[in-house]
Design a protein around this ligand. Structure first.
Ligand SMILES: Nc1ncnc2c1ncn2[C@@H]1O[C@H](COP(=O)(O)OP(=O)(O)OP(=O)(O)O)[C@@H](O)[C@H]1O
Length: 364
């Protein structure tokens, strides 16, 4: 069964325009003007049970809006959403017992209560039987090292401690689908690593489906076999992380240290006619991005034959570079991207209310 099914999902927001100046504000009082923001534009995807899928995109791409529709916080403008067979915004009371949600920027714990009291309240919200709760809590406390934190008020926790408690809170009712929106934001590398390990382990043991929104591509590298990439409300890539790297990351970067100073125009003219992008770090250091790795020897021959070199290094492009490159072309050159996507695919195989209907999904 599919854990998440999304078909032609769309979300438009109607946003009030503000006219400039006092007279503008006065006119706004009587005659409001609106514009429509198309946050999510008829997207479709399915996520099978047990998969960890990364959901990425630049700021404003539509990630949080999608997650809000998937968790029942927002009503879609059109299209269909099914999570574990439920229509999220319609059957919320039953639905929230099956999902866990962590919004990195927003807490589901009660600020002034002790952590354990927050957990007890959530037990009631989710109607978890006492014994199940105890067993689950014991395990989460051990796994996320929460013993010291349980009696502390939430407001006194550090960000890393709070995030571990947030994760535990979202899992107390043993949900089969977990939505994580920027779960590692602002955390130090040690806590990030612990959280990634924990999520991997939980997915392995319980088959928990995870949809993960993040700007930290290390999260994606560590956890996800699949990535969905959004750009301006459209899906511009949906596939394996390895495919993404193979398709986009086939290129290599060659870093040169020259014996004497060189100019950008000099190195560019030496490789004219080749698909090479040069960057000068300082007058003796330059790097060349070569999208087709088979052109490297040709490029090296041209440079080494003319300029004297102290050092040369060839580096693989990492996921950050690849994704940055795709984002760049995503907004700059949609047709090129569409071509690329269709190549990848070929190779692999009504406006609702104007207002945001935000409610706390976790507190029914
Ligand atoms: N309540 C709202 N009212 C009006 N416009 C909104 C609302 N929420 C989001 N938007 C707009 O919808 C678009 C998508 O926003 P969204 O928050 O989903 O992006 P995102 O990919 O999650 O970005 P970020 O990485 O910055 O969190 C943006 O243009 C945003 O300004």
């Amino acid at each position: 069964m599919q854990a998440i099914e999304v078909r032609d999902l769309r979300k438009d927001f109607k946003v009030q325009k503000n006219r400039a100046g006092l007279s503008g504000a006065f006119r706004d009082l009587f005659n409001r003007e609106y514009r429509h923001v198309k946050a999510v534009k008829d997207i479709s995807f399915t996520i099978p049970q047990g998969e960890i899928c990364g959901y990425i995109g630049e700021n404003g791409a539509g990630k949080s809006t999608t997650i809000k529709m998937l968790t029942g916080i927002l009503v879609p403008t059109s299209g269909q959403v099914l999570v574990n067979g439920y229509v999220p915004y319609k059957e919320r009371e039953k639905f929230v017992r099956e999902i866990g949600v962590v919004f990195g920027q927003r807490s589901q714990l009660w600020w002034d209560l002790g952590v354990i009291e927050s957990f007890q309240l959530l037990r009631k919200v989710y109607q978890v039987p006492e014994q199940d709760f105890k067993d689950r809590l014991d395990e989460l406390v051990q796994r996320l090292e929460l013993a010291e934190l349980l009696s502390r008020p939430v407001r006194k926790l550090s960000l890393g401690q709070r995030m571990r408690c947030e994760l535990a809170a979202s899992l107390l009712h043993n949900p089969s689908v977990l939505f994580l929106d920027e779960p590692t934001i602002g955390l130090d590398i040690v806590v990030k690593t612990e959280i990634r390990e924990f999520l991997k382990d939980m997915n392995r043991r319980f088959g928990t489906t995870i949809l993960l929104t993040t700007h930290d591509l290390q999260d994606i590298e560590a956890l996800c076999s699949r990535v969905i990439m959004l750009d301006d409300g459209n899906i511009i890539y949906d596939g394996g992380l390895d495919e993404l790297k193979a398709r986009w990351g086939g290129g290599k970067e060659v870093i040169f240290e020259f014996a004497s100073s060189v100019s950008l125009s000099q190195v560019e003219s030496l490789t004219s006619g080749m698909d090479v992008t040069w960057k000068l770090d300082n007058e003796r250091m330059a790097s060349a991005f070569v999208p087709q790795a088979e052109q490297i020897s040709d490029m090296l021959a041209r440079i080494v034959g003319t300029l004297s070199i102290l050092d040369v290094r060839i580096v693989e492009t990492n996921t950050d570079d690849i994704v940055r490159e795709i984002y760049k072309s995503g907004s700059a050159d949609v047709t090129r991207l569409e071509t690329v996507i269709s190549e990848i695919e070929g190779a692999a195989a009504g406006t609702d209310s104007d207002e945001l209907k935000e409610k706390e999904v976790t507190h029914v």
